[in-house]
Ligand binder design. Structure first.
Ligand code: UD1
Length: 329
């Protein structure tokens, strides 16, 4: 039986990958330090068997050498999801993003190398592309991140490619494009825009658009990202391959707001603030490489994903506190 380690498995995307693996009966170990992950997500990730022979949880930090080495013992495939997300957070505090995301990744790669892990699937980010004028963004474009967050995720990719070349490790890099879905935390000032807007819609509050709302994103429902990961773990792809995981269609924030209004039957009130520093204007993926090499297909549409996501926020709304304001400097 293949044994999987998910770093950041108590987080949003990691918990969905874990749940999919457990649903098919696979062994899953999670390493998480709860920096942004939640204990409540472990229930969804590992089910009632948490702590049993097929569902292990280790609390630990990626920068803790002993913890990471213990986590990699006996593992065949690592899904490396753990990171401090958010462009805005990285603009505020680049050093902390750097330390978690870059040093944490190098530490993990070293431990995976020494434990003879068969494959490492790395959670890359569309932010690696920066604000290229050419759309859609394809993997042959040079990396040119704008935000410190983008630099950390891109540097992690380079390490994955380096470890493929230097140590012969089988690493695969998936560049996620603005992932959304159930369990994405809506309570942090650094939360993703869909999480924030869904919660505003559910609570009947107004949402803030940074800028004119004409910026666009290739918003990708989390089940599509899980599917990409499961394929990336199994398919025969050259070590160090970079693949976009997205939908191949872009939605503006203004379109997001109107779609939310259509689904809820009530227009979402918005206010406008200054554009956010480090933001890019448009993000749209070319997904032909993932289609060709992985057989990847984004089966859940933006609209269907948004409906499911909104439903989840409706059913979990009361427990979350109001977000603090992020300076948009
Ligand atoms: C970036 C990456 C994404 C990554 C994420 C991790 C790009 C294109 N995308 O997302 O792949 O997963 O970081 O954090 O680089 N906004 C508002 N109001 C709000 C919140 C956000 O208008 O209350 C705007 C932002 O200014 C931005 C857009 O919504 O223009 C999306 O923001 P966000 O959800 O934070 O994601 P990105 O920064 O695009």
């Amino acid at each position: 039986m293949t044994r999987y380690l998910i770093t950041g498995g108590a987080g949003f995307i990691g918990s969905h990958i874990a749940a999919a693996l457990r649903a098919r009966g696979d062994f899953v170990r999670i390493l998480d330090n709860f920096a942004t992950g939640k204990r409540a997500n472990l229930v969804a990730a590992l089910g009632s068997e948490q702590g049993g022979p097929l569902a292990e949880f280790l609390e630990g930090d990626l920068r803790d050498d002993a913890a990471v080495r213990r986590a990699c013992q006996g593992i065949d495939v690592v899904f490396h999801e753990a990171a401090l997300p958010s462009v805005a957070r990285s603009v505020e505090d680049p050093l902390t993003s750097d330390d978690n995301n870059i040093r944490g990744t190098v530490n993990l790669l070293l431990a995976a190398r020494d434990a003879k892990v068969r494959r490492v699937v790395y959670a890359g980010s569309s932010s690696a592309y920066g604000d290229t004028p050419t759309l859609p963004k394809h993997e042959e474009m040079p990396g040119d991140p704008i935000s410190p967050y983008g630099v950390t995720k891109f540097t992690g990719e380079l390490y994955c490619r380096s470890f493929a070349r230097v140590y012969g490790m089988s690493t695969v890099i998936l560049r996620y494009f603005n992932v959304f879905g159930p369990r994405q935390d809506p309570s942090s000032p650094y939360s993703g825009v869909i999480a924030l807007f869904c919660r505003a819609a559910v609570e009947g509050r107004s949402a803030t658009i940074h800028g004119d709302g004409e910026q666009s994103r290739d918003f990708t429902y989390v089940d599509n990202v899980v599917a990409g990961n499961l394929l990336a773990a199994e398919r025969d792809v050259p070590p160090g391959t970079v693949l976009n995981v997205a939908t191949g269609s872009a939605v503006t924030l203004n379109q997001l707001v109107s779609t939310l209004g259509e689904i809820t039957g009530r227009k979402l009130a918005v206010t406008h603030g200054a554009p956010r520093t480090g933001d890019i204007k448009h993000s749209l993926a070319d997904i032909s490489r993932a289609r060709k090499l992985l057989g990847y297909e984004p089966h859940v549409t933006f609209r269907a994903g948004l409906e499911r996501t909104l439903e989840w926020y409706r059913s979990s709304a009361p427990s979350t506190a109001a977000p603090k304001t992020v300076p948009s400097a």
